[in-house]
Design a protein around this ligand. Structure first.
Ligand SMILES: *Cc1c(COP(=O)(O)O)cnc(C)c1O
Length: 434
């Protein structure tokens, strides 16, 4: 399988190059040259093996084909429970995507991508993943990079603009991971990362690469967990489950539509946003207007212009229909409280958007099939929002509790490219080894 850009200038690209480059040089995003049809796959209870079978067509003939099995074992080491939520609403199930090392579904993509980047880096020269983050991605990337030989991670986050817990989760990983606490806001961090990539000499000296949600290496594992959960539910109930997916940059939302087009037993798909309106406006009116992002309590979804929208649009005639629902902060809070009171199930603010979208479905639709609401993060990560609403303290997963016992080590930095360049010079894997 080869890959091509959504903008058409770049075709016949090797998987390893698509992953190494992140975005296509013409400004587009990489997609497989055709949607491979795989149909149903057996053995969905063994998620790593299932993922390997499902993703095999993308790796066929690639220099990374031999790495697929170990990338799947690493990315799908965490359990993937489909939990009942409420006896009174048996068709609503929570697909718990938060049992990984940093408590959000970003772990699947980061672990998978880093396995591949590590191999690519070990075969040529070590890579440096540069990432600006305001939350879950930074933690997942740092964790996935720890102990690697072929790819290091440098994570920039804005001083004083992330919660104390988020800062801890970003800065607690050991070599070759370094967290930089930037004097400035998230936009300053992003500007710095962009400037570093645009500085040809700097970028080539350190083999800079990115791990953000447009990388095809993050999308593939997201297709696989959706497909595995769909297949398990289909085998159990005889119905193709619907999926309700909290959406920001359209990473796993797009992945679900793509997996359905590959022939996996996935029913209706509903993409849910927080108050950021670009997607729902487009879905209603056909006009897409990118915006600056609005801050909400589901902050990992605070996206004004979804970066994977271009992929969705370029395949619009092949992906089938889907719904879009917008859930604002008041509705998120009300849903967290209501579901906790009636069933004891506690959603994080992002996952609550999916539960709310289920509640808004007509009753006949709710009962027509099982619905998997994607629970994208553990509520412990957002305890500052959730605990005051429900008046109990949230118990962490063992993995999240383990993070609490780590020490953090962020380096403070001014928002200047010179400082970043100086820092990169001291952090390279190859220079450490020399
Ligand atoms: C990233 C994230 C989302 C949004 O996912 P996209 O793939 O960007 O659409 C939702 N919830 C949580 C907790 C996240 O970290």
């Amino acid at each position: 399988m080869k890959f091509q850009s959504t903008r058409g200038e770049h075709q016949g690209i090797e998987l390893a190059d698509a992953i190494r480059l992140g975005a296509a040089p013409d400004g587009g995003l990489f997609l497989p040259e055709g949607i491979p049809f795989v149909g149903e796959i057996d053995g969905a209870d063994d998620t790593p093996a299932f993922a390997e079978a499902m993703l095999q067509p993308f790796f066929a003939g690639s220099s990374l084909e031999g790495e697929l099995a170990s990338a799947c074992r690493r990315a799908f080491a965490q359990p993937l429970p489909i939990a009942p939520v409420d006896n009174a609403r048996p068709t609503l199930r929570s697909l718990e995507l938060f049992h990984g090392p940093t408590g959000a579904f970003k772990d699947f993509g980061a672990q998978f991508l880093f396995s591949l980047l590590d191999t690519i880096g070990q075969r040529s020269a070590p890579l440096t993943v540069l990432a600006a983050t305001s939350g879950d991605t930074g933690a997942a990337v740092g964790c996935a990079a720890e102990g690697r030989l072929g790819a290091s991670a440098v994570i920039l986050f804005p001083e004083g603009r992330v919660s104390a817990y988020q800062a801890k989760q970003i800065s607690c990983w050991t070599a070759p991971v370094q967290a930089l606490e930037v004097e400035g806001d998230f936009d300053d961090c992003q500007r710095l990362v962009k400037a570093a990539f645009q500085d040809r000499a700097l970028s080539e000296r350190h083999n800079l690469t990115s791990a953000n949600s447009i990388n095809i290496g993050r999308l593939m594992p997201q297709m696989a967990y959706i497909a595995a959960a769909a297949t398990r539910t289909y085998r159990e109930t005889g119905e193709k489950p619907g999926f309700i997916i909290p959406t920001g940059n359209l990473g796993h939302g797009f992945a679900a539509l793509y997996a359905r087009a590959m022939g996996l037993p996935i029913g209706p798909v509903i993409l849910v946003t927080n108050a950021n309106p670009a997607l729902s406006e487009w879905h209603k009116s056909g006009t897409y207007t990118p915006r600056t992002s609005l801050a909400t309590i589901a902050n990992a979804m605070d996206v004004g212009a979804p970066s994977n929208f271009e992929r969705l649009q370029s395949l619009s005639d092949q992906l089938g229909t889907f719904g879009v629902e917008l859930v604002d902060d008041d509705a998120i809070k009300a849903r967290i409280v209501a579901d906790y009171r009636t069933s004891g199930y506690l959603w994080c603010p992002h996952s609550a958007t999916a539960a709310e979208a289920f509640a808004r479905l007509p009753e006949a639709e709710q009962k027509a099939r099982p619905w998997l609401a994607c629970a994208t993060a553990h509520p412990y990560k957002f305890a500052d929002v959730v605990e005051p609403l429900v008046g109990v303290s949230v118990t962490p997963t063992p993995a999240l509790a383990a993070i609490d016992h780590r020490s953090s080590r962020a380096v403070p930095m001014r928002a200047s490219l010179d400082e970043l360049a100086r820092f990169l010079g001291t952090n390279d894997i190859q220079e450490d080894a020399a």
